[in-house]
Design a protein around this ligand. Sequence first.
Ligand code: CAA
Length: 379
Amino acid sequence: MNFELSEEQLLIQGMVKEFVAAEVAPIAAEIDRNHRFPAELIPKLAELNLLGVPFPEELGGAGADNVSYIIVLEELARACASTSVIVSAHSSLCTWPIFAFGSDLQKKKYVTDLASGASLGAFALTEPGAGTDAAAGTTTAVLDGDSYVLNGTKTFITNGGFADVYIVTAMTDQAAGTKGISAFIIDKDLPGFTVGEREHKMGIRASSTTPLYFSNCRVPKDALLGQEGKGFKIAMMTLDGGRIGIAAQALGIAQGAIDASVAYAKERVQFGKPIARLQAIQWMIADMVTEVEAARLLVYQAAWRKDAGLSYTREAAIAKLFASEVATRVAGKAIQIHGGVGYTESYPVERAYRDAKICEIYEGTSEVQRMVIAGGALR
Ligand code: CAA
């Protein structure tokens, strides 16, 4: 067993830390306050190949491993959870399924642009009536000559309106249950495909979350991803990887809250000394550090298993469940350490608290992760 990062992983970590300090941290509070999608970061992320970390160089990626990718998401989230989820929805939920299940032609056409950051991706599974019960979607895709005709509504789509490419699930055989669901690669400009208004969210406010509408939208037959009827499996396998990314995001949010709390505790004086010298504060910091370290081991382990070609459904669910609940607890304690100012926008911990909460909800709620974990344990 080896708990050390490799030279390459350390190099990527150092590079992303520098990038975050120079480009992300300075705008994080502003883009949150103004609900502003940081479009200017996309070409900068692309220049450093941070939009294609775990994909091969010949397909436009950085050719790094999944542990490196998770480190990138963690470091981005340490300063800005919105930027982290923009990158993870793009890489884990859009580029990855095309890379894993696409034809050679689809990989050439899409993965190269997505991994190099020439285009941005999104993933659309959720519908107004199909959240946790992901198989209950009613969007349909009916084969008509050389195209499928899509009708229906998707909801809560990360990167909605800013993405160029969307992975969209739809029913191709309504009688076949989960085996009647197929996945499609949809270009943003297709007639009959429109993006709705952005949601006004509690946290991750700089990321875009929108509904998608399909109204007699004709999609070429060759936009089918994998085989007909395999869409649910593709979506579930995609989410297995995505959940490691959200776990890393939670980890970054929690670490950022610790960073802020340590700095504040050293400078804030009460009772004639910095509050860092009070045992009440020290104990909170000790608990925060312990929980985050435990979460980090779970998150890195899940990514490591993916790199090693081992199963990771269970480990991804465990990592996401634990890290996201840790992030909420740690961000809450960070506000407590800051006291009154922690409850204001003058310090980053109130944003961390708002941002942490979504990690317990998207890409499968904590309850869904428990279903997956218990399902494995009781099988
Ligand atoms: N890998 C491969 N196959 C899988 C799988 C996995 N991880 N999970 C399920 N499957 C397969 C099963 O083996 C089964 O196949 P067979 O019929 O051949 O046996 C089939 O899929 C159906 O499985 P279930 O019966 O377990 O399916 P279910 O309908 O009971 O659903 C669930 C299970 C875990 C609750 C699932 O619906 C789920 O994960 N729900 C949450 C959805 C979710 O995470 N949504 C997030 C949306 S994306 C988002 O939030 C992103 C964003 O914008 C940032």
